[in-house]
Design a protein around this ligand. Structure first.
Ligand code: 6VH
Length: 282
């Protein structure tokens, strides 16, 4: 198979859409609420054991009232990275929307279907696009300075559980190993967006048509542009990534629900995030 002129144009459009919406200098990150990292200092450990701490530090032998500041301080401190990461995710959702709008076929869908596709795929596309900042050197997402270097521990401080973050990091490592071309990377994000089986999608046929056109373009691209030695099973491996993303998405929904309920400061979650991932208090 060879790339048709139309497929070439599609790839060029997707690459341009991605470049316009992914700023690899990460210069906007300083506008997010600042990251707060528990550094293992006494104050920090304090906050995770408020009751023990207050008993050890005073002559009282009674527990402070359960609902008193201690427990809330603990929860608040455990979620010290939430404002920053919630801002990062909210910002990224805006960029994903900008990317989607430039994909041929997206704007032609009715607004309801556009919303259903974005709501369902936002976290998956964020996970995919974040591979660009992920480095296997130290398994972190490195976005410029140390301040914007995100490690598992940082994401735990936004309320995510270690057991669920391990599959996310594994996913990132395996994605890196695929060593995708930019064309393949952007096609995968577009294919992920145009999944006809997302909840609420009305015009499944239209979505499927676009997705099939994208997958056909990906197959053709791999067949004629990817070096013979590495293209073995590449398409299959990429489709497998979409399956893994579904399960990361499901886990994220559960974790998000928990976090949004635990968050003491409801302002920690920006309105766009609440709209896309759900607002349990609404
Ligand atoms: C890219 F925790 O868009 C840009 F509250 O590449 C750069 F925030 O629950 C950097 F509420 O359940 C980048 F939903 C990095 F928002 C991406 C990273 C590093 C981009 C930090 C942690 C992230 C990760 C991708 C997904 C992950 C953002 C978290 C997603 C979230 C969340 C929130 C809420 C928050 C944590 C997770 C998870 C799984 C395991 C999927 C964003």
């Amino acid at each position: 198979p060879q790339l048709l002129e139309e497929q070439e144009r599609l790839i060029a459009t997707l690459i341009e859409a991605h470049r316009k919406t992914y700023d690899a200098s990460y210069s906007d990150f300083s506008q997010f609420r600042p990251p707060k990292r528990g550094d293992g200092s006494p104050e920090c450990r304090n906050a995770t054991n408020p009751f023990l701490m207050s008993l050890l530090n005073s002559d009282m032998d009674e527990l402070p009232k359960a609902s008193a500041s201690g427990a809330e301080a603990a929860a608040g401190d455990e979620l010290s990275m939430l404002p920053h990461l919630a801002d990062l995710v909210s910002y990224s959702i805006q960029k994903v929307i900008g990317f989607a709008k430039m994909i041929p076929g997206f704007k032609e869908l009715c607004t309801e279907d556009q919303i259903s596709l974005l709501k369902a795929s936002a976290i998956e596309i964020i996970i995919l696009r974040s591979n660009e900042s992920f480095t296997m050197e130290d398994n972190s997402w490195t976005c410029g300075s140390n301040e914007f270097k995100y490690q598992i521990g940082d994401v735990m401080q936004a309320g995510h559980k270690l057991e669920l973050l391990e599959p996310l990091v594994k996913f990132q490592v395996n994605m890196k190993k695929l060593d995708l071309h930019e064309a393949e990377h952007v096609l995968l994000m577009a294919i992920c967006l145009f999944s006809p089986d997302r909840p609420g999608v009305q015009d499944r046929c239209r979505v499927e048509e676009v997705q099939e056109h994208l997958t056909e373009t990906l197959r053709a691209y791999i067949a004629c542009r990817h070096p013979l030695s590495c293209k073995h099973m590449l398409y299959t491996k990429m489709v497998e990534k979409l399956t893994e993303l579904r399960s990361l998405n499901e886990e994220h929904s559960k974790q998000y629900l928990q976090i949004s309920q635990d968050a003491v400061n409801k302002e920690d979650l920006p309105p766009l995030l609440l709209e896309v991932f759900g607002n349990p208090t609404a």
